[in-house]
Design a protein around this ligand. Structure first.
Ligand code: DP6
Length: 320
C-alpha cells in the first residue's frame, strides 16, 4: 500500500493559459513544454487504514495548506473510499515561485498513488488524473519535449523529441523566492473572464503550436526562440490587460530580458520564457549556457541561478 515516485518540473514554451472546463480542470489550449533534469520532487504515498485523515510533510515540515489539493488528487486516483494517506514530499527547488513545483508534485503524486493503490495505468490515464490536479502536471509525466493535446473528452500527452535527441540547457534566473501573490489557477480565470485579448489567444494557439512543433522537428533553435518568446509575451499581455491586472514581473525580470537581448545581439543561442512568477528561464544551446548563466547572475536583482539539462519523465522509485 505504498509508492514512491520522482517527477521533474517542466517549462512551457507554448503556454497553457485558460480553462475550457473549470470543474474538470481541462485546458482551453494545447501546450508544449520541456522537462528539466536537475530539479525534482520526490513523493511517497503510504495508504494506512489506521489513519483517520491524510497527513502531508513537505521538506520535513507539516503542510496543512497544500493538503486538500493533494487529498483530492488521491481520491481521484485511488477512489474516495481509500484509506488515509501519509504523503511525504521532498523538493530540491523553491516551491510556489513560478518554477512549476505543482507540475512535478502532482505528476509524482499521481504515479506514486497509482502504485500504492495497486493500479497499473496507461500514460493517457495518468495524464487525465494528473491534469485534473494541475494542468501542467500532465506534461511532467514525460521527458524531453512534450506536447499536451486537447482531445474530445480530455487531454493526452506525447513526446515530440527525447531529451537526448536535442540537448538544450535551461538557466533559471531567480529574482524573488517568496510565494506568488496570485495563483496561476486564479489568474487564468481572471484572464478568461476579463481580458479583451483572451479569445484571440485561444484562436492563435494552434498556429503557435504548429510553429513550435515544426521548429522542434527541424531542431531549428531560432524558429523555436521566435515561437516561444512570442507566445510568452502574448500570455503576459493577456494578464496585463485583465481586470484586475496580473503582473508577475518585477524590475529584475525586465533586466533579465535586457541581458538576454544583449546576448542575442552577440549571436549567443539563447531565448527567454516566463511563467506565472517573476523568474526568467533562459533556454540555451549547451555551449553558450555558461556565458548566459554568468550574465544572468551578474544582472542586478538576480538572487541566484539554477542550471538544468533536459530530463526524463516521471518514474517510480524503490520504496524507502
Ligand atoms: C503559466 O498548471 O499551474 O505555467 O491547472 O490551474 O493548476 P492549474 O494551472 P497550472 O498553470 C500553468 C501555467 C503556466 C503555463 C504552463 O505551464 O503551460
Amino acid at each position: 500500500m505504498q509508492g514512491t515516485a520522482i517527477a521533474r518540473p517542466n517549462i512551457a514554451l507554448i503556454k497553457y493559459w485558460g480553462k475550457r472546463d473549470v470543474a474538470l480542470n481541462l485546458p482551453a489550449v494545447g501546450s508544449i513544454s520541456i522537462t528539466l533534469r536537475e530539479l525534482h520532487t520526490r513523493m511517497q504515498v503510504v495508504f494506512d487504514r489506521m489513519l483517520e485523515t491524510d497527513a502531508l510533510t513537505v521538506n520535513d515540515v507539516p503542510d496543512e495548506k497544500m493538503l486538500p489539493r493533494l487529498s483530492a488528487c488521491l481520491d481521484l486516483v485511488a477512489g474516495v473510499d481509500r484509506p488515509g494517506a501519509r504523503i511525504t514530499s521532498q523538493c530540491n527547488f523553491p516551491i510556489a515561485a513560478g518554477l512549476a513545483s505543482s507540475a512535478s508534485s502532482f505528476a509524482a503524486l499521481t504515479v506514486a498513488a497509482a502504485h500504492a493503490a495497486g493500479k497499473s495505468l496507461t500514460t493517457a490515464e495518468l495524464a487525465g488524473l494528473a491534469g485534473r490536479a494541475s494542468g501542467s502536471a500532465a506534461r511532467s509525466l514525460l521527458g524531453g519535449f512534450v506536447e499536451l493535446v486537447n482531445t474530445d473528452d480530455g487531454i493526452s500527452v506525447d513526446t515530440l523529441c527525447d531529451a537526448a535527441d536535442w540537448p538544450l540547457t535551461v538557466v533559471v534566473a531567480v529574482t524573488e523566492t517568496g510565494p506568488k501573490p496570485v495563483s496561476s489557477t486564479e489568474a487564468m480565470e481572471i484572464s478568461r473572464k476579463t481580458s479583451p485579448f483572451y479569445s484571440t489567444w485561444v484562436e492563435q494557439q494552434p498556429a503557435d503550436l504548429d510553429a513550435a512543433r515544426a521548429a522542434i522537428e527541424d531542431r531549428d533553435f531560432q524558429a523555436l526562440a521566435h515561437a516561444a518568446e512570442h507566445n510568452c509575451l502574448k500570455m503576459h499581455s493577456i494578464m496585463w490587460a485583465s481586470r484586475p491586472p496580473t503582473v508577475y514581473w518585477n524590475a529584475a525580470t525586465i533586466r533579465c530580458l535586457e541581458t538576454i537581448r544583449s546576448l542575442q545581439a552577440r549571436d549567443l543561442g539563447v531565448f527567454f520564457t516566463i511563467d506565472a512568477g517573476p523568474q526568467v528561464k533562459a533556454v540555451c544551446v549547451p555551449g553558450d549556457a555558461a556565458e548566459v548563466e554568468a550574465a544572468l547572475r551578474a544582472t542586478p536583482g538576480v538572487e541566484g541561478t539554477m542550471v538544468s539539462a533536459l530530463g526524463p519523465g516521471a518514474g517510480l522509485e524503490p520504496d524507502a
